[in-house]
Ligand binder design. Structure first.
Ligand SMILES: Nc1nc2c(c(=O)[nH]1)N[C@H]1C(S)=C(S)[C@@H](COP(=O)(O)O)O[C@H]1N2
Ligand SMILES: [Mo]
Length: 155
């Protein structure tokens, strides 16, 4: 399964987890940063630096925020400043695809909540608007408001 990347500066790409991992620098055991986690992981910020430099050398822009969305529409939105230790888990220890959280799982060690550890990430967005820098991390299922609920809202 491919991962859709939407970067407001560097553009869009459809990547396999292997593509992403190869831009992610040296892979490591997720347990190095997340007690209890297992499998191969790469560093989120290293991945973005390498991937963006390959697309547009010399621009060197750092996002203000990362948003990820999962296959089940669970999503998280995290300020870049909280991602110094963040990792993407992309394979089992033996290199095979993830049994849980396939194709990609975000972990945010030291983040404001364990709920930010989004499983089955299929979309990654990089935001640069200064207005997105400060708001605290959020997570949850995408708003799916039914027509009935809308009708019940006071006018
Ligand atoms: N795709 C997806 N990722 C998700 C969730 C979810 O419902 N869907 N729940 C989150 C929440 S609220 C928590 S607490 C953790 C639970 O991780 P675990 O299944 O490894 O216990 O996953 C997070 N990642
Ligand atoms: Mo949670």
């Amino acid at each position: 399964m491919n991962i859709r990347v939407y970067d407001e500066i560097y553009g869009e790409a459809l990547l396999t987890v292997e593509d992403m991992a190869s831009a992610g620098g040296e892979s490591f055991d997720a347990a190095d940063r997340v007690p209890g986690a297992a499998g191969r992981a790469f560093d989120v910020k290293t991945w973005h630096r390498t991937w963006s430099a390959a697309r547009s050398a010399g621009q060197d822009r750092e996002p203000v925020r990362l948003q990820v969305e999962a296959a089940d529409e669970f999503q998280a939105s995290v300020p870049w400043s909280e991602l110094d230790k963040a990792l993407f888990l992309y394979a089992q220890a033996d290199g095979s695809p993830l049994a849980k959280g396939y194709p990609l799982r975000l972990y945010v060690p030291g983040g404001s909540s364990e709920c930010l550890n989004v499983k089955s990430v299929v979309t990654v967005r990089l935001l640069y608007d200064e207005a997105e820098r400060e708001p605290e991390a959020t997570y949850g299922f995408k708003n799916t408001i039914s027509l009935d609920e809308l009708k019940r809202k006071p006018q």
